[in-house]
Design a protein around this ligand. Sequence first.
Ligand code: HEM
Length: 409
Amino acid sequence: EDDPIDSLPGPAKLPIIGNMLDMFNMTPGEKFKYERQLSKTYKQRYMQKVFYRRIVYLHHPDDVEVVLSHSKNITKNVIYDFLKPWLGTGLLLSTETALGTKLDTDRSVNTAAYKDAISKIGQICIYRLSRIWLYIDAIFNRTSAGREFAKNVDIIHSFADNVIVQRKEQRLNSLDKGLVERDEFNRKKRTVLLDLLLEAEAKREIDLEGIREEVNTFMFAGHDTTGTALTFSLMLLSDHEEAQERILEEYNEVMRGKETPTLSEFAEMKYLDAVIKETLRLYPNPHRIGRVLTEDITLGGVPMRAGTEVCVLTIDLHYREDFFPEPEKFRPERFLRGEIQHPYSFVPFSAGPRNCLGQKFAMLEIKSVLTHICNNFKLVPMKRNWRVETVSDIVLKPAEPIYIKFVPR
Ligand code: HEM
């Protein structure tokens, strides 16, 4: 069937199968580079087709604005369908503190196996994404990749169940004894997200399955995103001693000898804010955002019908020379001098009705860790002007270890 978007440019298409074989034999690294090249070739937007499925790729702020700010086009794309066995229909994404359990210090649950399972699931989803016949569950489930996927989903589910059951027991125990729960500083423990969910369960407003979906979703959304942002910011800071010095100067100016920053003090640290933003510009995670249009829209005069898949290439948006001169360079000042001309040229947390719920929390978390590190260590790179290669499964991450010297101050 003809579709007006067939007029969009894009890599040459074979009859029937379209672009299916374009990336067939590429490693994830090659695929990543190939996609970046496509965005350089097609500066406005391009279309790829596999059988009947068409995907429009965008990386111009005007297009991004139309798609992300749309009040009704809020349906996410196929990758989320692949993740359903794991995340269910839980609100996409959160963190460990929200759950009231410290994962890394808890030896009864195997954190390493959990992290490994998440990473495998990501790899399998990407593998599946480029093999259209595996979109059919009945086929996928019978392949070795499908079995591996199911095995890892089991590992993740039992991990989440452990977190939930433990918290439930702790709560019941202290409720029984009429105790007020205290944290390690002997302060009254705050109600965390998981407690709210357990309260809802007691009232039969949600079942354990539903809680597990939310727990998985929050751990997924809040973990690798903040983790990689920290990793990349440490790499960039180690290569920019002057930025470390400026962070410290600002910190001392704001804090005037006081110890722990409050929310409003963190808000005053504008340079630190700019450093994190510049890191998220260079290494956005997720580096693309998928949507299925639920209503017709028009982009650049081309009508796009409901049902069309659209992909916002955040990473290519962030590297546009017309909006970020010398885009490869780490220059936090971009975010200080009002140089950002278009509100949709920088969207690491997405924008509009489905934007990141954890944005404020994530910025605070990263600010807190970075100021702590900069106060105690000078970061020195192993190699000057070196940038790690990146690879992407679901998250954009370093392809190899990043070595940084931590010199005590
Ligand atoms: C630097 C850290 C983070 C970045 C860059 C980031 C980025 C994003 C992006 C781009 C989306 C939209 C995804 C899409 O539409 O496909 C998103 C959604 C979301 N994020 Fe984050 N995130 C971060 C940290 C967090 C944290 C710490 C939490 C939880 C505490 C969180 C919770 C969520 C949730 C619940 C959604 C789904 C919102 C919805 O679907 O309506 N994120 N995030």
